[in-house]
Design a protein around this ligand. Sequence first.
Ligand code: FAD
Ligand code: 5PR
Length: 377
Amino acid sequence: MTERRRHAEISGGGFAGLTAATALAQMGWSVRLHERSPELRAEGAGIVLWNNSLQVLDKIKAGPDLMSNSMTPPAYETRMNNVIQSQETLDGIRWRTLTRPHLHQTLLVAAREAGVEIISGSEVTGATADGTISFANGETAEADLIIGADGVGSAVRDSLGIPLERQRSRDGITRFLVPRRKAELQALEPDTEWDNVIDFWNLEPRVLRVLYTPANDQELYIALMAPAADAQGSRVPIDLDLWTSVFPQLAPVLADAAKIPGRYYGYQTTRLDHWTEGKVALIGDAAHAMCPALAQGAGCAMQNAWTLAAAATEAASIPEALQEWERLERPLTDLAQDRSQWYADTREMAKGNQFQGETVTTALYNPTDPHRHEVPA
Ligand code: FAD
Ligand code: 5PR
């Protein structure tokens, strides 16, 4: 091959940016990734990944590292006012629970091994459709492909002036990583399977919810949900007396959470008129921030990162390939976004038995299957 190696510039070193960077580098591109923060590290606590992102992690050779420190709980249990509504074993659905720092580290190692040039402390200010990226330090660079993976406040997106609709939901959540304390929990409630994910909902007399998610042998991810209008419920650090009075069986892990400053995040959804413009594409929260109900924010980010890399690599014309990529791939993300917002707005997850039909369509998708868009004969 006498052809020049194609070059990509990426804004953002979160799950979306790192996945796209790794995939492109493995597909033969030279890749430079810019992260605004002085260090590359993951914010937040735990995460659930489904088949769609696990297929991508396998494909970029990050699967074994990921599996080494994650788990598949025996069931996803839903309780309302402490009455079990369902215990879904999710048979035939591939899923893992893990911590966000572990996922981020796994992706960082994969990106470095693939030869991605990572520049931290580098703030992107914008991009143009013809392939120029600009930086806060006044420099600019040219690329065959520019990716805006710079999160919900994306500078790349805003610099292109892409019309955006933002919807905020009434509820929000504070997330923690705490020690498992399985023996202590077992002593409080011996009949409970404390390796399950347990979604403890209380709607009456007051809307409060704890999503209990074991992330590995040592670490537990707990997310505490309350309406934004409930000042006491959404307070950080958490009001230990309030939460313990509603969820007494979680007292030991709530006490740990109360020692962490925490941050309350209101649920929001952003929908863009289009995800690509010329040589620029947006992925992850920059393109499609969603409510966490279906745990597909990071999954869709990684799925779209991989399919974008594959589409751009095969492309004769990058701008046309990006438009076609959005046409083919966007519906699966729109579906996850719509369903997640619906669950967040209606609180219907409290009824249990949710992992069926359209709720799991995106989770089951295999973005690395080259035949995935073929219409069966
Ligand atoms: P982000 O993770 O937001 O990454 C964007 C990156 O770009 C950041 O590193 C940021 O510093 C960088 N950046 C921003 N602007 C610039 C710029 N101008 N130049 C260069 N770099 C820039 N989902 C779950 O399922 N479970 C959770 O526990 C959970 N916790 C979350 C906690 C936080 C704080 C946030 C923001 C989201 C959380 N989500 C969670 C949602 C889910 O993780 C996101 O959908 C997913 O992380 C999106 O990944 P991303 O790479 O698109 O964006
Ligand atoms: N699922 C997961 C999650 O982290 C949250 C929700 C559902 C894995 C909260 O962050 O419904 O809020 C939710």
